[in-house]
Every structure is written in structure tokens, then in C-alpha cells.
Design a protein around this ligand. Structure first.
Ligand code: HEC
Length: 226
């Protein structure tokens, strides 16, 4: 009985110490939230493992649909340029200045194309990753569009910078842009249920609607040495 009491008392005191320490860290402001202050290796390992296992589990059971490959890739390329290239470097290019300042850094997606299944990539694009900067595109985009971006991402290891520019040019020639992608998907889906989605679009989307904006080139090229 005495042992049980001692064990209980030790547990309660330990818990108190843990709570007091945690409160101390939270309220004192000593924890540095700067994006330039990297996680400890152990924290990084825990976060990476948690994200990785969560994606694997959440994506289990998602079946990629069969698609008209070429059209889908062009839609994917145009959407990648419009929505992803601010953070994930386009094929064989340096990441944008914004991407270089983010923490965690948005990875180049060639690695994901090798390591992740199409279902996992689809899941990440649709749902995003909490507290990381990776947005969820599901709330504003149809599954068809997200599968098109998934198809494009899975092709990344085989694409040169010239291939990519070529795809963007043919997308444009075929009238496949970010907005047009919505129109062209509507017939398959019958489901561009919120035609006004773009009125609420995020600034990066609207900015990119102008097509080849000087901004992109500035971000990827001119400031590359900054
Ligand atoms: C605002 C920046 C930002 C934008 C825009 C963005 N991402 Fe991400 N993305 C990230 C970050 C940061 C991560 C890494 C998250 C982590 O490691 O926890 C990430 C991770 C990913 C991953 C997982 C990569 C891996 O190796 O595990 C995929 C796939 C991905 N993004 C695809 C996309 C696609 C496709 C788009 C465009 C529709 C996009 N992202 C737009 C920031 C962004």
C-alpha cells in the first residue's frame, strides 16, 4: 500500500513538473518560432515520420482513375505553373525566393514522384499538410484537376526545363490555362459547382492568371543569386 502511494505521488509530481515546464516554455516566449531557426534533428525526425506515415495511411484505398494522358498532362502542367511553382521548383529550375525562405522548405517534387504513389501525391495535393505551408487544393479544385496535377508530378523525373516550357506553350495554344482547365473539366464532371470560386481566389492564383508574368521570371531567374 505504501509503495502504491509512493508511485502515485511520484507520478503526480512528475506530471506537475512536466506541465509547469511546458507552461514555462510557452508563456516565457523562449521558443524561437523564426523560420530561420531549424528544428532539432529529433524534432525533425518525429515530424517527418508523422507526416510520412499519416499520408501513407490516409491515402490507402484511393484508386487513380484512368485518363486521357496527354490532355491531362497539359492541364497538370498549366496548373502546376499557376499554383505550385511559387513553392516547388519547376523542372530543372531553382526554387523561387519565397520558397527558399520557407520552413519547412517545399521540396522539389522529383523525389516525391519517385517515393510516393500517385494516390499519396493526390491525397497531399487535395488535403495539404497541416502547419507546413502546403495548402489543401481540394476545397477549391475538382478531383479531376487534382488528378491532372498528380499525373504531371509523377512525370517530373522525366522532364527537362525545355519539355516543361514546351508543355506550357502547347497548353496555352490549346486554350488550357488555369481558368480554362476549369471550363474543360466541366463537361466530364458536370460539376464545376461553384463557378465563382475564382472570385475568392488566393492572390497567387489571380496573379498567375496573367500568364507569363515578369514576376515569375524575376523570382526564378533574376533574383537567383540573391
Ligand atoms: C505556399 C507554398 C506551397 C505551395 C503553393 C504548394 N506547396 Fe506543396 N508543399 C509545400 C511544403 C512546405 C511542403 C513540405 C511539407 C512537409 O514537409 O511537411 C509541400 C509538400 C508537397 C508534397 C509532398 C512532397 C514530399 O516529398 O513528401 C507534394 C506532392 C506537393 N507539396 C505538391 C504540391 C502541388 C502539386 C502544388 C500545387 C497545386 C503545391 N504542392 C503547392 C509548400 C507548398
Amino acid at each position: 500500500m505504501r509503495i502504491l502511494k509512493t508511485v502515485l505521488a511520484t507520478l503526480v509530481i512528475s506530471l506537475g513538473v512536466v506541465i509547469a515546464t511546458a507552461s514555462g516554455i510557452i508563456y516565457s516566449g523562449v521558443y524561437n518560432v523564426a523560420a530561420t531557426s531549424e528544428h532539432w534533428p529529433i524534432t525533425r525526425w518525429v515530424l517527418n515520420k508523422t507526416v510520412h506515415r499519416s499520408i501513407e495511411r490516409q491515402a490507402a484505398g484511393i484508386e487513380p482513375p484512368a485518363r486521357d494522358a496527354e490532355q491531362q498532362l497539359l492541364v497538370g502542367a498549366a496548373n502546376f505553373e499557376a499554383m505550385c511553382s511559387d513553392c516547388h521548383a519547376p523542372p530543372r529550375q531553382r526554387p523561387s525566393v519565397a520558397a527558399r525562405g520557407l520552413y519547412p522548405k517545399p521540396p522539389g517534387l522529383t523525389h516525391a514522384a519517385h517515393e510516393k504513389s500517385a494516390s499519396e501525391i493526390f491525397w497531399v495535393i487535395k488535403h495539404g499538410i497541416k502547419a507546413s505551408g502546403m495548402p489543401a487544393w481540394g476545397p477549391t479544385h475538382s478531383d479531376d484537376e487534382i488528378w491532372a496535377m498528380t499525373a504531371f508530378v509523377t512525370q517530373l523525373p522525366d522532364l527537362s526545363a525545355a519539355d516543361y516550357q514546351h508543355m506550357l506553350a502547347s497548353a496555352q495554344a490549346h486554350g488550357i490555362g488555369h481558368d480554362h482547365a476549369h471550363d474543360s473539366d466541366a463537361h466530364e464532371h458536370g460539376a464545376q459547382a461553384q463557378p465563382d470560386t475564382h472570385d475568392n481566389a488566393e492572390p497567387p492564383e489571380t496573379r498567375h492568371d496573367d500568364g507569363d508574368t515578369p514576376h515569375d521570371h524575376a523570382a526564378h531567374d533574376t533574383h537567383a543569386h540573391g
